[in-house]
Write a protein that binds this ligand. Structure first.
Ligand code: GLU
Length: 308
């Protein structure tokens, strides 16, 4: 059986099993616009480095990628500023929720990692200080990775989050008071909410992340986006910090670097092999897609391929 057929068969089998099982968990209510999505959506797409693709279920429907975008803004900032970004944000798992204020005071306004809200907000600030129009440059970067000029922010989702984003306002003002935000907090948050509002299908999300599975190089045009060592480090951060306060459990059960978002998406990569994206909006208590985690656990168990 060739690679494509083998993955298609495995994915279809696990998809059906997970689909027939329970779908528990909640859709987050704190971003009003996310409530317009049916909780039973379920899609999966894989892209292998040899160019094979397969998708099932709602894999061609767009959803809000939310925090998954933080890996891309981090990649962009890391490439431009190199290791100096680690003076502004650390690389330790936080062990607290994604929007926690707790550790900031003790850590002098240096967020624990770039994938929690505080860290992603600092990365936005870094990009804003560098570019005249950071929003424009960032969406161009995502389009380049996706090889798709139509990708865009969702103004509705960004506005919806801004209206009630008190927690993120608190984080940004607090970090500013501790001296780790250069720009006006309102401006930084506008960019942050936009970043989180990007909508993608599982198909394009998986494709975008193939560069991280491929040593920092895109599949189309073999363009190097990140040096080898930066790619290794971003994958390490996804592995240790990509799943909120469930990153250890995800490593234990699935064993792949990845990132989840409150829109119900998860993207994971197997270096040298593939990138895979799953979307199912109901979230477990830790904020990760209930079916997404179940599916990926079944997938790495059955394929017997993971980083561990
Ligand atoms: N925009 C969301 C927030 O800041 C992202 C959360 C997430 O996906 O983890 O709350």
């Amino acid at each position: 059986m060739n690679e494509q057929t083998a993955y298609a068969k495995t994915i279809t089998g696990i998809y059906n099993k997970v689909y027939q099982g329970k779908n528990i968990g909640k859709i987050p209510t704190y971003i009003p616009e996310l409530l317009n999505v049916s909780p039973d959506k379920f899609g999966i797409a894989i892209h292998t480095l040899s160019g094979k693709t397969f998708g099932i279920g709602d894999y061609q429907e767009k959803f809000s990628i939310q925090s998954i975008a933080k890996v891309l803004s981090l990649s962009m900032a890391y490439d431009i500023f190199g290791d100096s970004i680690w003076e502004r944000v650390s690389v330790e798992p936080s062990g607290t929720s994604f929007n926690s204020l707790l550790q900031l005071e003790a850590n002098n306004g240096i967020p624990r990692n770039p994938l929690i809200n505080a860290g992603a907000i600092v990365i936005c600030d870094i990009l804003l200080s560098h570019f005249k129009n950071a929003e424009e440059e960032f969406i161009k970067f995502v389009r380049q990775l996706a090889n798709d000029p139509t990708i865009n922010y969702s103004e509705e989702i960004a506005a919806s989050e801004k209206e009630v984003g008190y927690r993120n306002f608190a984080l940004c003002y607090y970090i500013k008071s501790l001296g780790n935000i250069e720009n006006e907090p309102e401006r930084v948050l506008d960019f942050y909410f936009k970043l989180c509002s990007i909508e993608l299908t599982c198909e394009s999300l998986a494709y975008i992340f193939t560069f991280l599975a491929n040593d920092g190089i895109t599949l189309h045009g073999q363009q190097r986006i990140l040096p080898h060592v930066y790619t290794k480090r971003i994958n390490a951060i996804m592995q240790t910090c990509g799943f909120y306060d469930e990153s250890g459990e995800f490593a234990f059960r699935v064993g792949l670097p990845g990132k989840s978002g409150v829109g119900g998406g998860i993207v994971a990569i197997m270096p040298g092999h593939y990138a895979i994206a799953v979307w199912s909006p109901r979230l477990n208590e830790k904020g990760n897609s209930y079916r997404g985690v179940k599916f990926l656990e079944g997938f790495t168990m059955q394929t017997q391929i993971s980083v561990f």
